[in-house]
Design a protein around this ligand. Structure first.
Ligand code: ATP
Length: 306
C-alpha cells in the first residue's frame, strides 16, 4: 500500500498545483502539455477595466453534469470593496475563484467585470486584470528575488525589496545566508505554507492588479503568521475589488459583505456583526471555529509546558 500511495499522492500534488496554482497555470499547461479547457471567443476583445466591479448573475456550474456544484449564484463585489465567501468544506468556494479566473466556463448565467461577460474577452486581458493569491504557490527553482519578480518581470531590485517588505517577508529573506539571492524551490530552500503565501502576496503587490482573489490556505497557521499575513493582505486589498475565499473565519471580520454558500446556493449574507446576530449557519460556524482555535491553543500550551 505504501508503494502505491506515494505515486498517488504525487499525482494528487501535481493535480492540486494545477488546479490551485492559477498564477502559474499557463506554465503548468506548457509543462504537462495539457489542453486548456477554455478558449477565446472568435473576435474576443480586451477586457477594459474602469472601476473593477464584479457580478455573478444566476451562475450554474458543475464539473461533471450529474453533480451540480453551484445552482444559481448571484452576488456582486462593488468596485474597491471586499466580499468574503465562506461555507462548509466542499461547498464550492474555491470553485467560485476558478470561475472568475475563467479556468472553467459556466453552464448557465453570466460573470461580469465592469459589465463585460468574461467569456467575451481575451483570457490574457482577463488574467492580467486579476491578481491571484492561491492556496499553494508554485515556486521556481531559482532565487527568491526571481520568484518575487515573477509578479512583474520589469520590477527593479528596489521594487522587489519593497514588495517583500510590505508582504511581511522582507526580514525573513534578509536573514537568509544569501539574502534575496537564496535559491528556493524543490532544489533549494523549502518555504513553509505561510512563507509561500507571502511570496504570492509580494508578487501581487508588484503586479498591482485592479481585482484580487485571495484563496486562503486551508492549513492552520500559527497566530503570529496568521496576523502577519492578514496585515499584508489588508495592504494589498485596500481600494482594490477583492474576493476572499475564506477557509478560516478570522480573516473575514472586516469584509464589506460575507456570503455563506451551502448546497450550491447562498444560505446567508451580510456583515460579520449582522450574521452573528442572525444566529444561523455563520454564527454556528464561527462558534465552532473559535472553540477549535481555543482547544488548539490550549494543547500547544500543555505541550510547551511539558
Ligand atoms: P474547501 O473549504 O474544503 O476547500 P471548497 O468550498 O473550496 O472546499 P471546492 O474546492 O470549490 O470546495 O469544491 C467543491 C466541490 O467540487 C467539491 O465537492 C469537490 O470535490 C468538487 N471538485 C473540485 N474540483 C473538482 C474538479 N476539478 N473536478 C471534479 N470535481 C471537483
Amino acid at each position: 500500500l505504501m508503494q502505491l500511495s506515494i505515486p498517488l499522492s504525487f499525482i494528487g500534488f501535481v493535480y492540486r498545483e494545477i488546479r490551485q496554482g492559477l498564477t502559474d497555470i499557463e506554465q503548468m499547461f506548457d509543462l504537462l502539455e495539457v489542453e486548456a479547457e477554455v478558449t477565446d471567443a472568435p473576435g474576443a476583445k480586451e477586457l477594459s477595466v474602469s472601476a473593477g466591479a464584479i457580478a455573478f448573475r444566476d451562475v450554474h456550474f458543475a464539473y461533471d453534469a450529474n453533480r451540480p456544484i453551484l445552482k444559481g449564484l448571484s452576488f456582486e463585489v462593488p468596485a474597491g470593496k471586499t466580499v468574503a465567501i465562506v461555507g462548509p468544506s466542499g461547498a464550492g468556494k474555491s470553485t467560485i475563484s476558478r470561475l472568475l479566473y475563467r479556468f472553467y466556463d459556466i453552464q448557465q448565467g453570466e460573470i461580469l467585470i465592469d459589465g463585460q461577460d468574461i467569456r467575451q474577452v481575451t483570457q490574457k486581458s482577463l488574467r492580467n486584470a486579476i491578481g491571484m493569491v492561491p492556496q499553494d504557490t508554485v515556486l521556481f527553482n531559482d532565487t527568491i528575488a526571481y520568484n518575487l519578480r515573477y509578479g512583474r518581470l520589469d520590477a527593479t531590485d528596489r521594487d522587489v525589496e519593497a514588495a517583500a517588505e510590505i508582504a511581511q517577508i522582507g526580514t525573513f529573506i534578509r536573514n537568509l545566508p544569501d539574502g534575496f539571492r537564496t535559491m528556493v524551490g524543490e532544489r533549494g530552500l523549502k518555504l513553509s505554507g505561510g512563507e509561500k503565501q507571502r511570496v504570492a502576496i509580494a508578487r501581487t503587490i508588484l503586479k498591482a492588479p485592479p481585482i484580487l482573489i485571495l484563496d486562503e490556505a486551508t492549513s492552520a497557521l500559527d497566530t503570529t503568521t496568521e496576523r502577519e499575513i492578514q496585515a499584508a493582505l489588508d495592504v494589498v486589498s485596500k481600494n482594490r475589488t477583492t474576493l476572499v475565499i475564506a477557509h478560516r473565519l478570522s480573516t473575514v471580520i472586516n469584509a464589506d459583505e460575507i456570503i455563506v454558500v451551502k448546497d450550491g446556493t447562498i444560505a446567508e449574507r451580510g456583515t460579520h456583526q449582522a450574521l452573528l446576530a442572525t444566529d444561523g449557519l455563520y454564527a454556528s460556524m464561527w462558534n465552532r471555529q473559535r472553540e477549535a482555535t481555543l482547544a488548539a491553543e490550549h494543547l500547544r500550551q500543555v505541550q510547551e509546558s511539558d
